[in-house]
Design a protein. Sequence first.
Length: 492
Amino acid sequence: MLENRKASLLLLALLLVSTLTAGAASAARDTGPVVLVDLSHGEATSGLDTLFKIMPEFQWVVLVASEDDVANLPDTVKLLAKEIWVGSLADVADMLGLVDGIIVGQPAAEFTPDEIAVLTDWFFSDSNRVKFIWLAGDSDYPAQGGNLEIAQSTINAILESLGAQLRHDYVSVEDPVNYAKKTYRVIGTVEPDEPLGFLAVGAQAVLFHGPGALAYVDENGEWRSLSEGAPEGVFRIIWTSDQAYIVEHQPSQPGAPGNLGMAYAAGDTGRFVLMAAETMLVPIEDSQVPRIILLSSETPYGGYQPMITYLYKGIPLDGPRFVRNVLLWASGVMGELKALTQLYLGVQANTDNLNQLSGKVADLNARLSQLKDAVQRTQDSIKNLQQQLEGLKQASQEVENLKAAVDELQKSLSQLNQALQQLESTVGDQDGKIGDLRNQLNQLSQQLDQLKTQVEEAKAAAEKAPSSTTAMAGAVLGLLAIILAAVALTRK
């Protein structure tokens, strides 16, 4: 892409230089660029007078096939044309040396091989002047050329002879977004590829009444769509909307006359190219001289309704301004576009520096992004550490609480130990008292045994003596006294 842009800038610079050269040549012959309009292949004349009027810098030559065609020309065309030539391109081959540009607007008859050879020789002839050729096609609708798609096939034969990459495909394009009452009346949008942006100055919308779609051939001869990209030296200029679609009008059945699309097929949708330019640099006398091929799927003049239209179906258009921009550039005259192009070149001269700065800014942004990511990761780490620290603080508080609980437990254990010691002391005292009681019980038990003995003895004596009742009563009372004493002792 960079090499392509540099080549394009070189071409523009050469065009500016060639403007001076063309001016010197014009001064020598006292004319502006000589531009031939072909009417010798059935092309219509509508809009031709407007074309002549918007380009007063040009010396217009009209080529017709016969004297009858001269008589049928509109009066304004006869008045504005510098010359009218009669015959075929082969018939006027010797006069083409004066011609700087040729416009073929939607031919309805085929060019003969001789005519194509004449065009090719003229295009590459030894001349240090800028030369251009504008080839305008049509849709594959059979209104022109019957079912033979003559405009497309003839233009493609010329393009092939010129060694061009551009091709006009054998299809039609309709646009449901940008159109004039009917989808086949497409309103093209002027959005040129770099560095031809100045072609859109004052021109955004251009009528393409029933257009086809443009393509190119690669190094293997395969047809390719221009929608996704263009080869080196090819610049896309006018587009449909991104909702346009391909229509195939012919052939209507296999084997019928006509051709199917080569790069596109019926039903394809997207954004299609309606006009493009291909630039060449031809080595002449140690110089690189520009040659420009313009290819459009609508004609600037003639046709059902030409591109140069400024108002159609109540819709304002930029046809005259756009056609003038293209012809000013392609001829090298430049006119009012010169200052804009010089400014554009000055801007482009700084593009590399701007791109380098943009690259550095992109690197800095990438580094800044990396730094931001590192800072974010650090912040996340700090946040995690803070969370861990907070957890440690909580754990430390829990430890403190546990230590306090342990201290309380130790105090309780100490108190329990003291109580246990007191209890042990009390139990020791009680054990002493129990020992005393046991001794007393033993003494009472001995006394009871003695009393029992005495009672037994008293009973035996009572049985023998009359006063035994009294003696028995005394013994019983004594025994009761001993029992009461024992009871009292146990209650202690």
